[in-house]
Design a protein around this ligand. Sequence first.
Ligand code: GFB
Length: 316
Amino acid sequence: MAAYSLAGKKVWVAGHRGMVGSAIVRRLAQEGCEVVTISRVEVDLKNQAEVSAWVEKNRPQAVFIAAAKVGGILANDAYPADFLYDNLMIEANIIEASFRAGVEKLLFLGSSCIYPKFAEQPIVEESLLTGLLEPTNEWYAIAKIAGIKLAQAYRKQHGCDFISAMPTNLYGPGDNFDLLSSHVMPALIRKAHEAKVRGDKEMVIWGTGTPRREFLHVDDCADACVHLAKVYSGFDHVNVGSGEDITILDLTRLVCEVIGFEGEFVHDLTKPDGTPRKLMSGDKIRSLGWAPRVPLEEGIRSTYATFLQLNAPVAP
Ligand code: GFB
């Protein structure tokens, strides 16, 4: 295992305003490195010339690719071109520019949706490309698989120390709480809060509630990414998860318990369920000396607190 020290290094966090990027920036404060970021106005990450010029000029030594077009099940299904094109461009531009500038360490962040829809559970890293993808998010998944392959190709052809981490469904401060484009956790937090404030008797959840998902607090994800950047230098990607999954219905119950909404749940069956289950194996990252710390209920509580800080109460 090749150890890499981030101390004293110039580290670029691409996507620093997003939920994952901002968590990585917070976590890097403990590493004694200089964090550099780019504003959207300054550089469009989809523009190769702009990315290349910025990297050439600023010369980061380590790079975390947390920049991506992300969204929940409905957004993935509704905007396939954006999810495929934006993510391909962002990752290709950053990886190529990093190679040209001699970046010492690069970590690419993917997603657990890269795995086949009916992969054996818990999903081991070797399941990649062994079956068909879930149709609602295959565009995003294909882009993320391309990102893994790019990192591997530059390692194979040019000897670059580029690695990939595949986080499970993430949640936490800085999440997107817009009901049409968000993931399930922020959607449930917002729906339960608004239903409670309005005194509603019911709250709508999408789909059957039977799919199972594995949730990881974004601070745990950031900690895992920094850990991997320091200790891991391998060809294959590494799963980053909590090791536990829960049905959407049980998650809804838990969120409502934390928030204090006591009404009924109504299922909107016009909305998709997506993959039935995607619990990842955490054996590889555990063997590298990392484990998650934030229990689900505590994570929901603290995420709800950040939601309340940012959102004015809804009028009853
Ligand atoms: O988090 P989510 O949008 O995406 O939805 P995926 C997870 C599950 O929650 C689905 C159900 O079964 C939804 O039907 N669900 C219930 C809801 N109520 C809601 C709601 O109000 N909003 C949302 N969004 N879902 C995404 C992928 O898949 O996971 C991405 O589309 C990415 O590509 C991400 O990989 C991690 O977990 O199904």
